[in-house]
Ligand binder design. Structure first.
Ligand code: SF4
Length: 325
């Protein structure tokens, strides 16, 4: 999957107005075969809009989405993406129709895509077994499932047509910690067994550490940092990334870095800050940041960051210490 300089503008106050708000700005990223890429950022960063744009559920204003060498703006490219890529939704129970049995729901993608389904019961049993659920679950309705079971049914449904890419929107949201761990392990096992690629949209950094090879950090619809997960967590190059990592819950509160803590709320996209858009919350902001926007610049193999003071950030005493604990 390749996103080339994607921008998405949405109309402000309904489709009759001419005013458009930029939600995503010039976002590029790739997910290679079998690779797992996480997209992180707070609410309002544009993560879900990006997932919808990839699946052709949201029109792209500029740029292109390429899957397997074909633009998804072409009907043939979109059909191919929809056959070979699947979406795992955030609210698993709400995404499952309450009037259909689990057996019907997990085999529904065959019907939607007009694929042959000679023995639905057998296919349903196989799909449920892949996600560790017993065959008897096939006769149940979504309201009869626990949160963890509903999430597994959502995964089974996503796997129905043998996708090569799974786009997972907050796959652990709303689950308690032990069920989160089960879902993470399931995702890792399926990746190893089936060679799946993942694009994971989340603000759960534990999930990112566990499943992602690379991480892309979004702030107000722009990529502010990208790189291999282990490197980004060990030496974050952008103060926003460092703040997100510093804000992770820790067993010992004395290990939290208050000087790196993120300040205030995400600004409204109606009033984007001047210069570096993170300057209103950045603990390292200087005068230059208030009026000059930094470019996304390479900082080593496969790494990029959007900050005037990347070198100081990476060498800041204590950053390495803070994120290693
Ligand atoms: Fe902070 Fe300035 Fe870097 Fe923006 S450019 S992240 S305000 S130090």
């Amino acid at each position: 999957l390749e996103l080339r300089n994607i921008s998405v503008d949405l109309p402000l106050g309904g489709f009759m107005t001419r005013t458009r708000l930029p939600i995503l700005l010039d976002v590029s990223l790739t997910v290679a075969k079998g690779e797992s890429v996480a997209l992180v950022g707070e609410s309002g960063s544009g993560k879900t809009t990006l997932a919808r744009a990839v699946m052709g559920l949201q029109a792209v204003t500029r740029g292109s989405v390429i899957f397997d060498g074909q633009s998804v703006a072409d009907p043939a490219g979109l059909a191919r993406l929809r056959r070979d890529a699947a979406m795992m939704f955030q609210d698993a129970t709400a995404s499952l129709s309450p009037r259909l049995t689990v057996g019907y729901l997990v085999t529904e993608p065959f019907r939607i895509h007009g694929q042959p389904l000679p023995d639905p019961e057998h296919v349903a049993r196989d799909l449920l077994a892949k996600v560790g659920l017993p065959p008897a679950i096939a006769a149940r309705y979504p309201h009869e499932l626990s949160g963890g079971q509903a999430r597994r049914v959502g995964v089974a449904r996503a796997l129905a047509l043998g996708p090569r890419l799974v786009i997972a929107d907050e796959p652990t949201a709303g689950l308690d910690v032990s069920v989160q761990a089960e879902v993470l392990n399931l995702m890792s096992d399926l990746r190893a067994e089936m060679g799946l690629a993942y694009l994971i949209i989340t603000h759960n950094l534990a999930l990112v550490r566990h499943v992602a090879d690379r991480v892309v950090v979004l702030y107000l619809g722009r990529v502010v940092e990208e790189g291999p997960t282990a490197q980004v967590f060990a030496t974050p190059a952008h103060p926003y990334t460092a703040s997100l990592i510093a804000a992770e819950p820790r067993p010992d509160p004395r290990q939290r870095r208050m000087d790196l803590a993120i300040r205030g709320e995400v600004p409204s996209i109606l009033r984007r800050p001047s210069g570096c858009e993170f300057h209103t919350r950045c603990p390292m902001a200087r005068d230059l940041c208030r009026h000059t926007a930094p470019a996304l610049a390479a900082i080593g193999t496969g790494r990029q960051a959007r900050c005037h003071f990347v070198d100081q950030q990476q060498n800041q005493p204590g950053v390495r210490h803070a994120v290693e604990h």
